[in-house]
Design a protein around this ligand. Sequence first.
Ligand SMILES: [Zn+2]
Ligand SMILES: [Zn+2]
Length: 348
Amino acid sequence: MYKTKGYAAFSASAPLAPYEIQRRSPKKHDVVIAIDYCGVCHSDLHQVKNEWASAVYPMVPGHEIVGRVIEIGTAVSKFKVGDLAGVGCLVDSCRTCNDCLQGQEQFCDYGRVGTYNSIEKDGVTRTFGGYSQSIVVDENFTLKIPSNLELSKVAPLLCAGITTYSPLKHWNIGPGKKVGVVGLGGLGHMAVKFAKAFGAKVSVFSRSEKKKADALKLGADEVILTNSPDKIILSHNKSFDMIIDTVSAPHDLNLFLQLLKRDGSCVLLGLPDIEPTINIAHLIMGRKNLSGSLIGGIAETQEMLDFCSAHNITCEVELISPEKINEAFERMMKSDVHYRFVLDMKTL
Ligand SMILES: [Zn+2]
Ligand SMILES: [Zn+2]
């Protein structure tokens, strides 16, 4: 076994506390990564609180991991000791189904192996995430991290970055397209950055005037306040090619469907616990699409990191020490973070 220190949740209600993790011994295709930084994703909070009803405790969250390779297995060819390396939401998949063969491991027919709160393909070994000093991962699920970007700001690209990059690519966003972003949090702020970098015109939908200055600073062309829907429909009716909705709290989607152009797509990234009521006429009139998207495959995640390197794109983060994790969770529940907490695991 490979022992390392980390922070774990021991129940849905207790605060996270220090924990000694027992990881698998490194195998011939594994790299061992000393973790420098780990982002704090909103899904960590859902998982810790067992809101997806699949929690197994102790649970070590964290799937936005960057660090340095400190050990490699005998068959490793992509990495050498000392290389920067990253791990996102997946650490394995069946590798043989159609989705895996097409680089869409996140949709693996036989169940992807999540970076934490998951079971390895051996059916026994539990996975523990990046709120820890080190992690053992197969090189095929390890990402190369560009050296020209600030490492702490790269960590959230591994989930927040790919979750927004992948749908913008899939729906061919580029110059001449108009994109709306709903929710300006960890995901939303990256959607703004990527949509701008792809050459689109970007509007941010927000309930609060307070976010306006921030949205414009991030590169948005305009901010549309959602407090008077009738006015919005009058001035923005049928004008968007794509609306990327990052909000996981229950909310009305009918407004956004009306704002799409013919053949436009509203793409959902959040998972509300109450099903929305859709007026199907909004889809029929204009052949519109309501879709969802889930992170991205390993090859596309690498493509995203390389794109960020070439265009100097990183996340806006608040760097904190790991013992502040419970405070960070409290603040996230109040949407009080600009825009992602990142744990400095070197201070553990
Ligand atoms: Zn995440
Ligand atoms: Zn598969």
